[in-house]
Design a binder for this molecule. Structure first.
Ligand SMILES: Nc1ncnc2c1ncn2[C@@H]1O[C@H](COP(=O)(O)OP(=O)(O)OP(=O)(O)O)[C@@H](O)[C@H]1O
Length: 564
């Protein structure tokens, strides 16, 4: 997963990576050359008292060191630029994909998990990319080079290195294997902690109202402790790395001195010890990257899960860009089951809404009214039957045309942070101030909106439920669509405001197709056509008078709402 993800995103940076590989090779070779120069300086210069040799080799060492440092610095800069670019691109791809997911898929992943995957998981992959770019080339060159150079100096003494390298590698690989299961568990732990935190922040009023602070504190603490325990277990394994490598270096340094003292000169012995340290450093930094790999792999798998998720809606192969029947909405024999739900929300539902008319949908709670409305702008696609807008199947309609033709005012209002003006202009950036005031007037929002630059906080939290509903209605009116769908969005308004709003709306939406979902019979009485829903089916259709006469379900609703 990780390799697949990185391969795709590193491909555009192949030129930078090639330069990086050359620089890393040069700087690693320079590092390997230094102990050999040092050995010659000691054995042929210092010990023989040849000062000129000392200066010449000393100068060469300085030049090699400077070249190595410069190469390493540029390489790290390139590596960090590439890793940042990979992180940015993966994040953008995940973000774009999330925008395309259907409601069911969004619910399956969960908001918190999607945020964690887009931000935190991508960060882990980015960090891994950086470390891999830094160590991937130098480690093998360093290991092979140091062993080869040591062999060239004194073959029997090099046996110590040949024994030590796999030993070190094997021990560290065991540590990495132990870390793997902890990594996936950690990512899930981050998800859980984020989800609990999110619920607690958004539900803070409910927590206080039900005096559940202690319960919530314990819930968060349990998740937080779980996450910390995982970190401690991973940390314990990681801390083995340094003592393990240090112990091995020390043991083998003693072995090198022990066996080499009589065999080679002092300079060569020092060079040997330098190669030993270089190998350990290389293997340890390689292992460090391998250690971050399980976590990056777990993150990459979670990212790929989002990227590979089926798109919510297949775009039409040949999109229809004209509406033969303008504002007509026709739902025929539509069925739909929410993903993860056992019972269908809609079973063979028929509805026709015509321009210039108001069609109302009424029914008990959970009878499928919102689901029915959601089929029209393709928030969901019907699993059976057909939905036609302007005489065209919505699945064949150009998505931009569909969204310009249909405006749904949802049951639960949602506002983005900004000002009243930016909120209203969300779908119509070109609307003038005069148009905004007019929309506010129709939506009965002028009594609480004094200024267009009045701030609106995230989700409209600084407004009452009814105020939020009215701003959402004003925002929809500005789009001037052919088809308005109002999903029970007057529920938080008092009787007088609702009546005034309905009267103003009737005037404003004259000629358009209006479909309203309502719970109260008083709200649907004036509609041209009323559809009664019951348990996902149409239980009756007609005018208020016809339904009172013919529909048992409608009569029951009407009776239950009569003042006692
Ligand atoms: N996202 C979802 N996932 C699973 N099931 C869902 C989802 N949304 C709605 N349902 C189910 O589909 C059925 C119809 O829900 P819907 O919201 O359409 O009813 P409604 O008539 O609009 O209800 P209300 O008047 O309470 O708003 C219900 O049984 C509900 O539990």
């Amino acid at each position: 997963m990780l390799i697949r993800l990185l391969r795709a995103h590193l491909l555009p940076h192949r030129r930078t990576l090639a330069v990086l590989a050359v620089l890393q090779t040069v700087q690693t070779l320079a590092l390997l050359y230094l102990p050999a120069l040092n050995a010659a300086l000691i054995d042929d210069g210092v010990l023989k008292g040849d000062l000129e040799h000392v200066f010449r080799l000393g100068g060469a060492m300085l030049a090699v060191t400077l070249a190595q440092a410069a190469g390493a610095a540029v390489a790290i800069r390139l590596a960090s630029r590439t890793a940042t670019a990979v992180g940015r691109d993966v994040r953008s791809e995940v973000f774009a994909k999330v925008q395309e997911l259907s409601g069911g898929q969004l619910a399956r992943f969960g908001t918190s998990s999607l945020v964690t995957r887009t931000v935190h998981d991508v960060q882990q992959v980015q960090q891994f990319t950086l470390s891999a770019c830094v160590v991937l080339v130098p480690v093998p060159i360093m290991c092979v080079g140091a062993v080869a150079l040591a062999l060239g100096h004194d073959a029997p003494l090099s046996a110590t290195l040949l024994v030590m390298t796999p030993l070190l590698g094997g021990a560290l690989a065991l540590v990495v294997r132990g870390l793997r299961p902890l990594s996936s568990a950690t990512q899930q732990g981050v998800d859980t902690t984020n989800r609990i935190l999110r619920e607690q922040i958004t539900g803070v009023r409910v927590i206080r109202a039900f005096v559940r602070e202690e319960h919530e504190r314990l819930r968060f603490e349990a998740a937080n402790r779980g996450l910390a325990d995982l970190a401690v277990r991973a940390g314990r394994l990681q801390t083995l790395l340094l003592p393990l490598s240090t112990a091995l270096v020390n043991v083998f340094s003693v072995a090198v001195v022990w066996f080499g003292a009589g065999r080679v000169g002092a300079g060569e012995l020092i060079a040997f010890l330098a190669y030993l340290t270089q190998i350990v450093t290389a293997v340890t930094s390689g292992m460090f990257v391998l250690m971050t790999m399980p976590r990056a792999e777990a993150c990459a798998a979670r990212i790929r899960e989002v990227l590979d998720a089926e798109e919510g809606f297949a775009p039409p192969a040949v999109p229809v860009r004209a509406l033969p029947a303008k504002g007509r909405v026709e739902v025929s024999a539509a069925s739909f089951t929410h993903p993860g739900s056992l019972t269908p929300a809609l079973r063979g539902v028929d509805l026709v809404a015509r321009p210039g008319q108001t069609t109302a949908v009424i029914g008990p709670t959970g009878s499928g009214k919102s689901t029915l409305l959601a089929l029209v702008p393709r928030l969901f696609d019907a699993t059976g039957g057909q939905v036609l807008v302007g005489g065209v199947d919505v699945r064949e309609l150009d998505p931009a045309l569909l969204s310009a033709t249909v405006t749904l005012v949802p049951q639960r209002p949602f506002l983005f942070s900004g000002t009243v003006a930016s909120t209203l202009r969300y779908g119509t950036p070109q609307a003038t101030d005069a148009e905004l005031w007019h929309a506010l007037e129709v939506a009965q929002a002028r009594d609480f909106v004094r200024r267009l630059d009045h701030p609106v906080t995230q989700g409209g939290a600084n407004l009452s439920g009814g105020q939020r509903q009215r701003l959402t209605i004003a925002r929809a009116l500005l789009r001037r669509p052919l088809i308005y769908l109002f999903d029970d969005c007057f529920s938080a308004l008092d009787h007088d405001t609702e009546a005034a709003l309905r009267a103003a709306l009737a005037e404003e939406t004259r000629g358009a197709t209006v479909v309203i979902v309502a719970q109260r019979v008083s709200a649907v009485m004036a509609a041209d056509h009323v559809v009664v829903m019951d348990a996902g089916r149409v239980a009756g259709a007609g005018t208020h008078a016809e339904l009172l006469r013919d529909s048992g379900v409608y009569r029951e609703i009407a009776l239950s709402q009569e003042p006692a």
